[in-house]
Design a protein around this ligand. Structure first.
Ligand code: GTP
Ligand code: MG
Length: 184
């Protein structure tokens, strides 16, 4: 029995990273997967996929399939094929740019729609919200604002992070993996 349940468990966790262009989605993934960071901006075209194996708290090893999507408007029609089958969605905004925060709900709703999440499952779907670039001196969106938004949208987990300073990056992806695993 125990072996059966182990075998039937999913070992590939699909995680989709969404948010406005320039908030740092690619930078967070690059920091996480290759531990590098660059100040140069190169827009993502369509989407890129990276994988990384991690060990969960229960010592099971799983593969994270990380989907780095494009924030630019002209790529949005591609959403359907990228979002389908996602096990978790990470919503990212830039704490220095209010408009990226104000648009979070658009990204969230578009994801639910295009990923084909059943209405009854919406409140159970694992989202994580990241306020990125907290290393910036000119901050416009406070931690309180981020936390309040998350409370109002179903008590979603919220983390403040920085791809530049490597703050809360590992924690965010580990949290995503544990959230996915806890629902199986
Ligand atoms: P699209 O691919 O167009 O959707 O953008 P993106 O969300 O992937 O943004 P990207 O990771 O390319 O980062 C955009 C710019 O922000 C780059 O110049 C990065 O160097 C910078 N950046 C990313 N993360 C941070 C951070 O934590 N702190 C600071 N200060 N800059 C960052
Ligand atoms: Mg990108």
């Amino acid at each position: 029995d125990r072996q059966n349940s182990t075998l039937s468990r999913k070992t590939i966790f699909k995680i989709v990273v969404l948010g406005e262009s320039g908030v740092g989605k690619t930078s967070l993934l690059e920091r996480y997967v290759t531990d590098r960071f660059s100040m140069l901006y190169k827009a993502t075209i369509g989407a890129d996929v990276m994988t990384k194996n991690i060990e969960l708290e229960n010592h099971r090893v799983v593969t994270l399939q990380l989907w780095d999507t494009a924030g630019q408007e002209r790529f949005q029609s591609l959403g359907t094929c990228f979002y389908r089958g996602a096990d978790c969605c990470i919503l990212v905004y830039d704490v220095g740019i209010p408009q990226t925060f104000e648009n979070l709900d658009v990204w969230r709703r578009e994801f639910l729609l295009q990923a084909g999440i059943e209405p009854t499952q919406i409140e159970h779907f694992p989202f994580i919200v990241l306020g990125n670039k907290v290393d910036k001196e000119d901050r416009a969106v406070t931690r309180k604002m981020g936390e309040t938004w998350c409370q109002q949208h179903g008590n979603l987990p919220y983390l403040e992070c920085s791809a530049k300073d490597d703050k809360n990056v590992k924690t965010a992806f580990l949290m995503a993996a544990e959230l996915i695993d806890s629902r199986r």
